[in-house]
Design a binder for this molecule. Structure first.
Ligand SMILES: Nc1ncnc2c1ncn2[C@@H]1O[C@H](COP(=O)(O)OP(=O)(O)OP(=O)(O)O)[C@@H](O)[C@H]1O
Ligand code: NI
Length: 336
């Protein structure tokens, strides 16, 4: 049994302009100690998906369907109090994009880490303080004995993100959910934080769900990847397999838009068009309006996630028998 099993998750926002189908039937699994990348363009539903796991979606949003089994327990059945007391921050913790909003400017970082430790464990105040120093050391902050008594504004952006990671690790979580944790950082610092995630994984054997719009980042940290488009998972595979053998036309486009060191910038192929609204998404396959290989049936049939390789599935009907091809690759552009 996997550590986390998300099945058919649906989260909608009931707005004045209509029902936003932000997450619409998403399923994935995360094993103990592995890193799953959740990838897709802005608006794909990545953040809403991870917030839904822990009851963090606020009105007008609502989880309307699906189950979230974590370590044998269905989190969608838990009360807010149970989630706060027994799950969030202890069993599962979050690292967000912007450390400044997650840190309280008027308390020292040591105080903030110790507070979490005290809330979730029976550590005394001085034990929690010592644990804070240890954690700052673990995430690569130099002079932790001095730094522990400093305030968030005394840290650089990269160091603040390390503090957040220390907070996330404070109760030895089984799962860390990281939502674009390096997006606000410059490239060098970003690489250091990605290395840190690798080290954490090796040392603590924590599972990670890593949300990003950047497949290059995924390559650094993820074992497996689920690619999202407009509220759905369109492809899922181990990273190496996805990278070498992408099957869904959307994934193929995404991979072509990744900047590679060996590629000149004018050779990049950004995906044409913009993602349609999640209020009135296209019928059938949601990617068909931008898909270079779409056929008439794509408007009629909602593609199921079809097995296309070992631990690899893709939601594209062109892999269904009878469509005459099992390779709907982009070079077919222009062919009938
Ligand atoms: N509070 C809200 N009210 C209405 N719609 C919302 C709300 N929050 C999110 N949405 C909608 O849900 C959809 C998914 O948003 P989400 O933030 O999950 O995207 P994302 O994949 O995380 O994108 P990004 O890469 O920009 O963070 C979008 O269409 C968004 O507009
Ligand atoms: Ni997001």
């Amino acid at each position: 049994m996997s550590l986390l099993e998300v099945e058919n998750l649906r989260t909608y926002f009931y707005t004045e302009s209509g029902i936003v189908q932000a997450v619409d039937g998403v399923s994935f699994e995360v094993d103990r100690g592995e890193t799953l990348g959740l990838v897709g363009e802005s608006g794909a539903g990545k953040s809403v998906t991870v917030k839904s796991l822990l009851g963090l979606v606020n009105s007008p949003g609502k989880v309307v369907d699906g189950s979230v089994r974590f370590d044998g327990r269905d989190l969608t059945e838990c009360s807010e109090r149970e989630l706060r007391r027994e799950v969030r921050g202890s069993e599962i913790s979050f690292v967000f994009q912007d450390p400044m909003t997650a840190l309280n400017p008027v308390f020292t970082v040591g105080n903030q880490i110790a507070e979490i430790v005290e809330y979730h464990t029976d550590a005394t105040e001085s034990e929690a303080y010592d644990r804070a120093i240890e954690l700052l050391d673990d995430v690569g902050i130099p002079d932790p004995e001095q730094r522990v008594d400093q305030y968030p504004h005394e840290f650089s952006g990269g160091m603040r993100q390390r503090v957040l990671i220390a907070m996330a690790l404070s109760c030895n979580p089984k799962l860390i959910i990281a939502d674009e944790p390096t997006t606000a950082l410059d490239v060098t610092i970003q690489a250091q934080i990605l290395d840190l995630f690798d080290e954490i994984q090796a040392k603590y054997d924590t599972a990670i769900v890593y949300v990003t719009h950047d497949l290059g980042v995924v390559r650094e940290v993820c074992n497996r990847v689920a690619v999202m488009y407009l509220g759905k998972v369109v492809e899922h595979a181990p990273y190496e397999e996805l990278y070498r053998n992408p099957k869904h036309p959307y994934t193929q486009s995404l991979l072509r838009s990744v900047v590679r060191p060996d590629e000149r910038v004018d050779n990049l192929n950004p995906i044409e068009g913009t993602m349609p609204s999640a209020i009135d998404p296209p019928s059938g396959c949601r990617f068909r309006t931008r898909c270079p290989v779409a056929v008439d049936d794509c408007a009629r049939i909602e593609p199921p996630r079809l097995d296309v390789g070992p631990d690899h599935d893709s939601a594209c009907i062109l892999y269904e028998e009878g469509y005459g091809t099992d390779e709907p690759r982009l070079h077919q552009r222009g062919k009938p």
